[in-house]
Design a protein around this ligand. Structure first.
Ligand code: ASP
Length: 297
């Protein structure tokens, strides 16, 4: 019988590129708690897919991040979320885009799309109808809108420049050697209703291939889409260590894509890496070598 590979598990999470460094202490707590939520799954011998879903749900529930509760508002003052999740053994993936803001945990809807095995990406009202059909919990739309985002929306209405920040993501390796990645966001503040960013697109914001690694990106979504950043970053990973790969991928985003942003990675051996071109990207890492999540920012 073929032996099941035993790997040393690891998880890395991010809380988005683009936050102001003065906000670092509040983000530290949030990414730390999310890394622990995912780590509990891995430490108990659970699957990487469950770990990244748990970590991202924790960040979606935290109103300080731009995902789930705390999402930015569209030009029209509504919430529309994007999320995607991928398992790297069989390249199974699921995603939702422009999901109406009545679902607090869009990553769970993306997971259900993955499990349905029928489609990869559902959008708008169709995504919501699917979410209802599989019994994902809904909430009062007002409960997802924070005062902070309401204020930001009022300021942006004057400036007309869409900005991101606070998107969340996680990548994990489990003991069986499976890598999974997940990303969730409210998108860019002031975006046009119907706009879809990289976080919903497999190969752009999220990708996982257990023979190479997994990645979750954040930053200027249009630029990330143009250079297909997630998938290309994993191809660099073939020949380099994860931190160097992350740096090369960010340079590509800046130079070829003309945007700013960052990404987190884990390679097939469980080595984490990250880089950003912005002033701050909250990150937390957890592995058996650590007593507590490492929060390197
Ligand atoms: N990449 C996200 C988007 O464009 C925003 C972000 O990461 O801040 O929707």
């Amino acid at each position: 019988m073929k032996a099941v590979p035993t790997r040393v598990p690891a998880i890395i999470v991010h809380g988005g590129a683009g936050a102001d460094p003065s906000e670092a202490p509040e983000f530290r707590q949030g990414v730390r708690a999310a890394a622990l939520a995912g780590w509990r799954v891995l430490a108990a011998g659970g699957a990487a897919l469950d770990a990244v879903e748990a970590a991202v749900r924790a960040l979606e529930d935290d109103p300080r991040f731009n995902a789930g509760r705390g999402s930015v508002l569209t030009r029209d003052g509504t919430i529309e979320t994007d999320a995607s999740i991928m398992e790297g053994d069989r390249l199974q993936c699921g995603a939702v885009a422009a999901l109406p803001g009545v679902v607090a945990n869009p990553i769970t809807v993306a997971r259900k799309v993955l499990e349905s095995r029928r489609h990869v990406l559902l959008v708008g009202d169709g995504a919501l109808a699917f979410s209802r059909s599989v019994g994902v919990a809904e909430c009062d739309p007002e409960s997802l809108v924070t005062d902070r985002q309401r204020k930001r929306h009022a300021e942006l209405a004057r400036k007309q420049t869409p900005t991101g920040g606070g998107t969340v993501g996680a990548v994990a390796l489990d003991r069986a050697g499976t890598i999974a990645a997940a990303t969730s966001t409210g998108g860019t503040a002031g975006k046009l209703p119907g706009r879809v960013g990289d976080s919903a697109l497999i190969g752009c914001g999220t990708y996982a291939d257990s023979s190479l690694g997994g990645v979750s990106c954040t930053g200027d979504g249009e630029a990330i889409i143009r250079v297909v950043l997630g998938h290309r970053a994993l191809r660099f990973l073939k020949d380099a260590d994860p931190d160097y790969t992350a740096k090369v991928a960010v340079d590509l985003l800046v130079e070829e894509g003309g945007g700013q942003g960052g990404l987190i990675l884990i390679d097939w051996r469980g080595r984490p890496g990250f880089a950003t071109s912005t002033r701050l990207m909250p990150v937390a890492v957890m592995s058996p070598a650590l007593d507590d999540p490492r929060v390197p920012f």
